[in-house]
Design a protein around this ligand. Structure first.
Ligand SMILES: O=C(O)CCC(=O)C(=O)O
Ligand SMILES: [Mn+2]
Length: 211
């Protein structure tokens, strides 16, 4: 029978060519515990960018390389510029998740060496951009959502292309590569979830092969 009121989603959905959503793929409480340990050493911070503005989202990293930015450029660095120390190593649980999700979306041999962790508070957004500071575009991006839901937008190969919108929930993983690897994407301004008003932040973890 057609269930008009079901809100269940397919486990795996290609919402754009070579861009897959793995719905409710991972339990996030253990991931959040790892993030809490990472931010004790390398806290969330907004970073200055070459266009003279600070990032809207606060971020940190773990793994061999971390994505950073300053007045001069965007780059991957082995050192956290805030504390002058190497980033915390990528937890085994993170690496295993990244590889498993990539595989589930059809990307074999993913070897992430960088893990960017974004913190979105209500009212923040991430404008349309490409992930293009990596040296190896043959490997996918794996992106994990924790906490408050948010609308992911994919614009194709133009910054202001027609958007495909998808609301990401806690535990969802997005994987993109091949023809989608350099597609523009972003996150719409976060709003309060009326059904869960105490949830005030979204954490996003993206795994990349930077070198
Ligand atoms: O928060 C997200 O889901 C996407 C994050 C992202 O695109 C990035 O960090 O480059
Ligand atoms: Mn991105």
């Amino acid at each position: 029978m057609l269930d008009l009121f079901s809100n269940s989603r397919p486990d795996k959905q290609e919402i754009y060519p070579d861009l897959f959503v793995l719905a409710n793929f991972v339990k996030t409480a253990p991931l959040l515990k790892e993030v809490e340990q990472i931010i004790e050493v390398s806290p969330f911070r907004k970073m200055m960018t070459p266009n003279g503005h600070y990032t809207g989202v606060a971020l940190t990293n773990c793994g061999e390389y971390g994505w950073t930015s300053d007045r001069k450029e965007y780059r991957y660095s082995k050192i956290d510029p805030l504390n002058g120390r190497p980033w915390q190593s990528m937890p085994d649980r993170f690496k295993a998740l990244a590889i498993e999700a990539a595989l589930a979306a059809g990307f074999e041999n993913f070897e992430p060496d960088a893990c960017l962790i974004n913190q979105y508070l209500i009212g923040t957004k991430l404008g349309s951009h490409q992930d293009k500071n990596e040296k190896d575009f043959s490997q996918p991006i794996v992106s994990v959502s924790i906490g408050l839901s948010a609308v992911f937008q994919i614009f194709g190969n133009q910054r202001a292309g027609k958007a495909v919108n998808y609301r990401l929930q806690d535990g969802d993983v997005v994987v993109w590569g091949k023809s989608a690897r350099l597609n523009y994407h972003g996150i719409r301004t976060l709003t309060v979830d009326k059904l869960n008003p105490t949830c005030q932040q979204r954490i996003n973890i993206t795994f990349r092969k930077s070198h």
